[in-house]
Design a binder for this molecule. Structure first.
Ligand code: FRU
Length: 731
């Protein structure tokens, strides 16, 4: 051989060889193909090929690499099967992989087999309800097996809860994967308000427990607060938290004011040995990284949202001692749903809110799901004192069984869970969301509760003399989650009242209530006509002299990149208006919002014809309230542009299209149309047809698009009102 060629070949062989020896990982499988290639499949559980993430009916799967992964949730938990790799030679001292799903040794697992014998095995992390579909990094030390021929076998032989396994990214490696520490602990002497926990969105879920040591003599345990927060039996409480192993996305404060002067232990079930999750936890009197609090780019400025974490349903809405209380489903430690607590905010006008700390934390009965609040004026519960009625919270503890519980407060600041909880045992699993009212004619409490019986969604009506003892009165079919039940005058006539039963979707029925049974007089009617509005509830105990029924909905405004997620709608006044079809609900923004008007630019009266210049051309508004009232022409349209969103009123069809969503918008009094548009940083709400048409719409306008426009087609349109208001921030 030509010596030059020989040298070159030698160079190539040694260099390539060296590269391999220097430790390139050998990919066993990355599951990025459309099928399993030469892996062998038995049974049904693994489907026709790698899953592209989450499968139907599954919680969101995360933590895998690329697009595909092994996910044996194909056709649900009950399918079974195996997936076996072709034989390969073990050439590296470690095999690393990502694994998730059930923790059932032998049944939901991944095995390494040599000569047909299982020599290593791993499972997913979940063995009880709840949990997480997050894949986590795991590895085997296979130093002693180098040179052997092995196969990897992924096994799903389990049905029912967590009867599946997820696997991705299997590789042989020279690099010792960091070991996992179990039950890693760090003590903190508490002399500041918070511990700031580092959070990584989408990171592996860790079980984080907080407990108190009984070390020091001088400690004073605020038992009431401790019980309210952490439940009877006290600590520890465990939350499922995406703790950051390295650089966090944001910091979640855990309020430990009740533990001043004591030593608190933070314990994590499992973290890599090189994780900074525990060492990074920072005590402080401030929320770390919250310098720009309430001014974040996607923070709604006149809609409520919590300082940190996730919110869903409004809960416990009540006017108590001059303050509106808004509780809410809160994950204080995550950007997504989980760890359900009751967050708490108060306001004197429903516009300016002050968020206080969480009042209900998960306890031995389960996470704290939705519920309501009442003022116990007659002290039927005995929780109050003469002249100082208690505020009573009724909530779902969503453990197994799922039960209804009480908590109370006599100052609107400190909350105590009732020691004899629960007050309503489980009817069927998942029953939830008690909404309680005082029924004056029969002088008793009435609870509406969502219960699924024989696959039918029903609302159970219960009654109680004292909020503690409840008995079933009647049921109504056809409503799912978060019921609300209230009486309203029809057309403002207080001599002519009707009852409204509604639930999470905002559909409703109007009818009568005799103290025992609700008798509908309408079919189930559509509520809001927009998007991202759910699980609304109305305030209890607004005095008769005010007389309003005010609702707030969960406004599903997703705010990527922010340390908070979701929010609430503006407070909405509900009325029943008379129509030729019978009484119908209307939604209008509460008048208190007018306080936020900074500038008023009035253009009316004005008549616009097709092609007329945009009268709003000079506007440059970030927080918009736009109001218009006009007599439409007969065949044309009126189009409003609000910060990039378009709203088209079609005069012929009498329909309104908001960003491609078309809804009916009847005329008011047979001839006029009116429209109010509120546009905030992550959501917009549109009201038309005297409130009959309410279109909430999650929407993120471009920060620099602050333009407004109106134009008409067809004949001229005269506006009796055309006003643009610039709103102030409520924060
Ligand atoms: C509605 C809901 C409620 C439940 C709560 C849990 O959004 O599913 O039924 O109580 O959320 O967070």
């Amino acid at each position: 051989m030509n010596p030059l060629l020989k040298t070159a070949l030698f160079w190539i062989i040694t260099t390539v060889g060296l590269c391999v020896q220097a430790g390139d990982d050998i990919i066993v499988a990355d599951f990025e193909g459309k099928d399993y290639g030469n892996w062998k499949v038995t049974g049904e559980a693994f489907g026709p090929g790698p899953a592209q993430g989450t499968l139907p009916g599954q919680m969101t799967v995360g933590g895998f690499q690329g697009h595909g992964l092994v996910n044996s949730f194909f056709h649900g938990d009950d399918t079974t099967g195996t997936l076996t790799s072709p034989p390969f030679k073990i050439e590296r001292p470690y095999i690393r992989f990502l694994i998730g799903g059930g923790k059932n040794p032998d049944k939901t697992c991944m095995n390494l087999l040599v000569d047909g014998q299982v020599v290593r095995s791993a499972t997913g992390p979940n063995d009880k309800a709840g949990g997480s579909e997050q894949l986590v990094a795991d590895s085997w030390n296979v130093q002693d097996l180098i040179g052997k021929v092995a196969v990897v076998q992924i096994v799903d032989q389990a049905a029912g809860g967590w009867g599946h396994i997820c696997v991705d990214d299997i590789a042989q490696t020279d690099h010792k994967p960091p070991g996992m520490l179990s039950n890693a602990k760090r003590p903190f002497f508490i002399n500041q308000r918070y511990l700031n926990l580092p959070i990584k969105n989408g990171g592996p879920h860790r079980k984080v427990s907080i407990s108190v040591t009984n070390g020091s003599e001088k400690q004073t345990l605020d038992l009431a607060k401790a019980i309210a927060q952490f439940g009877e039996g006290g600590l520890p409480v465990t939350n499922d938290i995406e703790l950051a192993d390295g650089e966090p996305d944001w910091w979640a404060p855990i309020d430990l004011s009740a533990y001043q002067g004591q030593t608190v232990i933070v314990e994590v079930d499992k973290i890599p040995e090189n994780s900074t999750a525990l060492s990074a936890i920072e005590p402080g009197n401030q929320i770390k990284g919250a310098e720009g609090l309430y001014h974040e780019p996607l923070r709604n400025q006149f809609h409520f949202s919590p300082k940190r974490g996730w919110n869903n349903d409004p809960n416990g809405m009540v006017l108590y001692r001059g303050e509106y209380h808004l509780f809410f489903q809160h994950n204080p430690y995550g950007w997504n749903w989980g760890n359900m607590h009751w967050g708490h905010a108060i306001s004197r006008d429903m516009v300016h809110w002050t968020e206080l700390g969480d009042v209900l934390a998960p306890d031995k009965f389960g996470p704290m799901f939705s519920g309501s609040a009442v003022v116990d004026w007659a002290n039927t519960s005995g929780f109050g004192k003469p002249g100082n009625p208690a505020q009573v919270l009724l909530y779902t503890a969503a453990g197994d069984p799922t039960v209804q519980c009480l908590a109370f407060s006599t100052d609107g600041r400190h909350y105590h869970k009732y020691p004899d909880n629960p007050v309503v045992p489980q009817f069927t699993g998942g029953n939830r969301d008690p909404k309680v009212i005082w029924h004056e004619p029969t002088k008793k409490w009435v609870m509406t509760l969502y219960v699924e019986t024989n696959r039918i969604n029903t609302i159970h009506f219960l009654s109680s003399p004292d909020l503690k003892h409840w008995s079933l009165m009647s049921t109504v079919d056809g409503f799912f989650e978060c019921p609300d039940f209230f009486e309203l005058p029809v057309g403002g006539d207080s001599a002519h009242k009707k009852w409204v039963l509604t639930a999470a979707s905002s559909e409703y029925m109007v009818g009568t209530f005799d103290g025992t049974r609700f008798t509908p007089e309408t079919p189930k009617l559509k509520g809001h006509l927009g998007k991202g509005f759910y699980a609304a509830q109305t305030f209890s105990d607004i005095p008769a002299k005010d007389g309003r029924r005010i609702q707030i909905g969960w406004f599903q405004t997703e705010t990527k990149g922010m340390p908070f997620n979701q929010g609430m709608t503006v407070p909405l006044e509900l009325k029943l208006t008379s129509t030729s079809d019978g009484p119908r609900l209307t939604w209008t923004p509460v008048k208190e919002l007018e306080k936020l008007r900074r500038y008023t630019h009035r253009y009316s009266p004005i008549t616009l014809s097709e092609g007329a210049p945009n009268p709003l051309a000079k506007e440059n508004i970030e927080l918009v309230e736009l109001r218009a009232e006009f007599v439409p022409n007969s065949t044309g349209s009126v189009t409003f542009t609000v910060r990039g969103a378009t709203l088209v009123y079609d005069s012929r069809k009498r329909e309104l299209t908001v960003n491609r969503l078309t809804v009916p918008a009847p005329l008011v009094g047979g001839q006029k149309q009116n429209l109010s548009v509120y546009c905030d940083r992550s959501g917009m709400e549109v009201f038309a047809s005297g409130g009959r048409t309410y279109v909430p719409m999650p929407y993120i306008p471009k920060a620099d698009d602050r333009k407004l426009a109106v134009q008409v087609t067809g004949g001229a349109v005269s506006f009796s009102q055309l006003t643009a208001y610039e709103l102030k921030s409520a924060w």
